[in-house]
Design a protein around this ligand. Sequence first.
Ligand code: BGP
Length: 478
Amino acid sequence: MQKGFSENFLWGGAVAAHQVEGAWDVAGKGPSTADVMTAGANGVARKITKEVVPGENYPNHEAIDFYHHYKEDIQLFKELGLKAFRTSINWTRIFPKGDEETPNEAGLQFYDDLFDELLANGIEPVITLSHFEIPLHLYKEYGGFKNKRLIDFFVHYAKTVMTRYQNKVKYWMTFNEINNQADGQHALHTWTNSAMLFEAGDNAEELTFQAGLNELIASARVVKLGHEINPDFQIGCMMAYVPAYPYSCNPEDLMAAVKVMDRRFFYSDIHARGVVPNYAKKYWEEKGYHIELSPEEEADLAEGTVDYIGFSYYMSTAVTTLPDVKGDVITDFPGAKIVSNPYVSASDWGWQIDPVGLRYTLNTVYERYQLPLFIVENGFGAYDELVEGEVHDSYRIAYLQAHIEQMALAVNVDGVELVGYTPWGIIDLVSFGSGEMEKRYGMIYVDKDNQGNGSLKRLKKDSFAWYQKVIRTNGTEA
Ligand code: BGP
C-alpha cells in the first residue's frame, strides 16, 4: 500500500496517430513521412522510401485501423477507467501537402468526432501536434525542418486545429520527443519530426541543430498563439528522457555523462527557459557552425515558453571513458561510449529496465525547470503469447507497477509536481522503431501480426484488470 495521487491526477493511456489509425489515404488525407517508412520488423531498422512502394510500407497503412474502430476502443478505455487519452493529430489529414492555405474539412471532422466521443465518455484528450511525421511533400519539396518555411506551415496548421478544437482540447504538446534528434544518429532524422532530406556535402550535425532550433521557434510561436486562442490551454513540450549515468565514479565518466545529457536537455532548456544555453553557443563556436537565429526569433523563444514538461521514460543508460569497457562509441563525444549497466536488466529489445531512473528523472527535471511534469509515455514492449483468448502479461504488470511505485515516491516524498501518467501503447500498435506489431505494449491485445495478417479483434490482457484497479484506487494499490 503506497500513498496515492491528487484527486484530479490524469491516469491515462497514449498512442500516436500513424501508429494506430491506418486509413492512410482516405477522406482527402495526404501521405506523411510515416506512410513511406519500410515495414522493418524482425530487428531490421526502418527506412524512408520517398514514394509509397506497394507492400513495403504496410504497417502504418492499416495499423490497428483505429480510424474505423475508435468507438469500440473508447468503450474499452472507459471500462479501464481512463481519465485521459493521449494521441496526435495527423497533419496530413488537415493539410494533405502541408503548404496549403485551406484545410481539409473531412480531416478536421474526423478529430471533432474522435474528441467528442472521448469527452462523452469522460476522457480528456491530450494532443500532440506532430508525432514523428510531417507531410511527405514538405520533406521532398522543402527538405524538412532545416528549411525555415516549415515554421510558418507548422504554425498555420497548429492555429487551424487549436482554433477548431479550442473547447474540446486543453492539453497540447508541440513535437514528440523533439530531443531524439540529439544522439548523433543523424540517419534517423529523416523520419523523426524534423524529417530532413540531406544532400551531399551537408554537415548533418549542424543542420540537425538548425532544424531543431527551427522546430523550437515554431513551438514557441504556437505556445504564444495558443494562449491567445484560449488562455486555459496547457501547452507543453515532449521530451525523451533517457538518463545517462556515469558508469564509474571516475570524474571523467561523470563529465561525459553531463555532456551527453546537455545534448538531450538542449531542447527542453530552450522550451522551458526561452534562451539558447551557453554550452550550445560554445559548441557551435568551437565547431564553426552558423546557426541562424534572428532577433525576432530570439524574442519568440523567450515569449513562448511551455506550461509543462511532457516526457517519455522507458530506460536509462550508462556512459564511460574507460578504454577497457565495451560499448558503442558516441560520435559527438570522442572517447566516450554508451555501455550497459550491470545493475539493471533489459527487455528483449535491449532497453534497460530501471524504475528508480524514473524517480531520478522526475527529480532532476523538476529541479531544473520548476514546471509541472507529465509522464506521457512509459511502458514495456514485449512478445505476448495469446493462449485460448488470454494474455498473461505479468512481466508488463511488474514493469508498470515498479515505475508507478517510483512515481509515487517522487510525488509524495520528493514533492515533484506531476499532472498525470499515460502509459504508452495502451492498446497494441505498430512499433515506431522496428515497424513490428509483435513488439506489444498494450493492455488491450489486437489480433494482427508482423506480416499485417489478423482479424483486428481486441482482447483484454491481464494487465487490463490490474490497471483498472490502479486507477480505481488512485494508485494506492498498484
Ligand atoms: C517513443 C515514441 C513512440 C513509441 C515508443 C516506443 O520513442 O514516441 O512513438 O513508439 O517510443 O518505441 P518503439 O515503438 O520503437 O518500441
